[in-house]
Design a binder for this molecule. Structure first.
Ligand SMILES: [Mn+2]
Length: 526
């Protein structure tokens, strides 16, 4: 097979942006959002009449950031509001009757949730509270009886770009409110927060999302917002990448809602001094560490339950923390290359998360066996489900029977390897070429390359428990040049002199002021 040239690589990467690179001025008019103007007029009316406004968010990063955005917006226009985020363990997901019962308000606005809030809508009606739902999740066949529902995924919504997160919906609505009340507040000041939500909620980094994330990352690198100052400080970085946000910041912000209460994350994002932001960051860090050890313990446990011959891995146990079952499922998928369902049992009920791989729709598999379930929801790659404890083994058997008809090629991960590069072409020009197509993430994955029959020259173990390795690799037998290949969480023992094939990504490594090129191992193909 011919090796990949820089010119060809540039062509391949350009094809990912068939609609071109967008500008901020290409953001579609928010007035196209169904009920957008109706909602903005109602909120303006509330402001003019001193009504009590209450925001109800969600406990994941998008939900917390949406709430923080609303708080900062109303602060900027000088109107007092209150906000709350449901607690995963005591309130469950989204705005509910229970939440409505405990708040005093004339107008409730949801962010990043509410599209299925039927009970809350009735409770609001009863108490004479107007309810404005803003969400980005896919609606079901009927809608809650609310004053206004703003969601780009509504069938009758004309907003042309549908792949936006909850924080973006809230931000677009702010544009409409601003006009209604004749405010001159600058909405671009919130693009740092917006960027965090877009990346954490795994929105495709294409079209307008790409533009917003580029602007947002630039802002994050200069923003004086206390939480951003602390983020740069704690990561010891002046410039942040989309991957820093996805792998370092999002998990910490998320850990509050997963392990305890999302208000800790909300206070971090809205902190008005660096001191307060620092204190909250420390708490988030601790919760993230607890999350990691809870997850590691549950993963180890779950691994022992796996029957490697099963098509769909279904594991269940009492005491697994609800906040980590989704991550444990992802780990099983990574390890075994098969879809996984991880269930946490409490008394007679089990609740859990499913993750898929390749071209397999875990949602369809679950749906075909819904007779065993109490509830379920989700999409192709991830789903949630609840069932009676007594039905677990029957469900496991049934879903494995359904999965028998899945062709083996559907299990192959969809991560595309772009090709093999000549070892002499791996240079700083190549890294600069790759930089042009940043930020990498959802729908724009960091390019993966193939190394075939490369030679392991030496191995250096790294990390507290020597769990990582830095491998000196010679890509072609005749090369004098070698490269460092980073192998995190080694699952295979490699030996000096061994030949390996693998996929890898490329990284610029800055150490002691010296910049070098590093290969990051993606997948071993021994
Ligand atoms: Mn969301």
């Amino acid at each position: 097979m011919a090796k990949l040239s820089k010119i060809r690589l540039h062509e391949i990467l350009s094809q990912r942006f068939s609609t071109g690179f967008k500008k901020l001025s290409d953001i579609p008019n928010p007035a196209l959002l169904h009920d957008g103007l109706k909602a903005a007029k109602r909120i303006a009316h509330a402001i003019q009449n001193n009504e009590k406004i209450y925001i109800v968010g969600d406990y994941d990063v998008d939900g917390v950031t949406s709430t923080a955005l609303m708080i900062e917006f109303f602060k900027a226009i000088g109107y007092p509001i209150e906000a709350t985020i449901p607690n995963r363990f005591t309130d469950g997901y989204g705005v509910s009757e229970k939440i409505i019962d405990r708040i005093e308000a004339d107008l409730v606005i949801t962010v990043d949730n509410g599209i299925n809030a039927f009970g809350a809508a009735i409770a609001c009606k009863k108490r004479g509270i107007d309810l404005i739902i803003t969400d980005h999740h896919t609606p079901s066949s009927s809608l809650p009886d609310a004053y206004a529902i703003v969601d780009p995924k509504l069938d009758n919504c004309d907003y042309p770009f549908k792949e936006i997160c909850g924080a973006q919906v809230a931000w677009l609505l702010m544009g409409l409110i601003k006009k209604e009340i004749g405010s001159s507040v600058n909405l671009s000041q919130f693009m740092d927060l917006l960027c965090l939500a877009i990346i954490a909620d795994v929105m495709p980094l294409q079209d307008i999302n790409r533009t917003l994330v580029i602007k947002g990352l630039n802002m994050m690198s200069t923003s004086l917002r206390p939480c951003m100052v602390i983020i740069r400080d704690m990561l010891a970085k002046k410039v942040l990448s989309a991957e820093d946000i996805a792998f370092q910041i999002a998990p910490r912000v998320n850990s509050a809602g997963r392990m305890e209460d999302a208000s800790i994350a909300l206070e971090f994002l809205t902190a008005d001094t660096e001191g307060k932001a620092y204190k909250q960051y420390e708490l988030l860090n601790q919760l993230n560490n607890i999350r990691k050890s809870t997850e590691a313990e549950a993963t180890e446990n779950a691994m022992q339950q796996v029957h490697p011959d099963d098509h769909i891995l279904v594991v269940a146990a009492e005491g697994w923390h609800e906040g980590v079952v989704g991550i444990v499922a992802s780990r099983l998928v990574q390890r075994f290359g098969k879809p996984a369902i991880v269930l946490s049992i409490a008394q007679d009920n089990a609740k859990g998360s499913a993750r898929s791989i390749g071209n397999i729709s875990i949602y369809e598999l679950i749906k075909e066996n819904e007779g065993f379930l109490e509830k379920f929801g989700g999409h192709k790659m991830a789903a949630g489900l609840g069932l009676k404890k007594e039905n677990i083994s029957a469900f496991k058997k049934a879903i494995n029977e359904t999965a028998q008809s899945i062709p083996p090629e559907d299990y192959i991960p969809q991560e595309e390897i772009l090709g093999e590069i000549e070892s002499s072409a791996i240079d700083f020009d190549l890294l600069n070429l790759l930089d042009e197509f940043e930020p990498y993430g959802e729908a724009n994955p960091r390019p993966r390359f193939l190394a075939s029959n490369a030679q392991v020259v030496s191995i250096k173990k790294l990390g507290k428990d020597k769990e990582h390795a830095k491998i000196e690799l010679r890509l072609n037998a005749n090369d004098s040049q070698t490269y460092d290949l980073m192998y995190f969480r080694c699952e295979e023992e490699l030996k000096t002199g061994q030949e390996i094939s693998c996929s890898y990504t490329l990284n610029k490594n800055v150490f002691n002021g010296r910049t070098s090129i590093q290969l990051m191992l993606d997948r071993l193909i021994i």
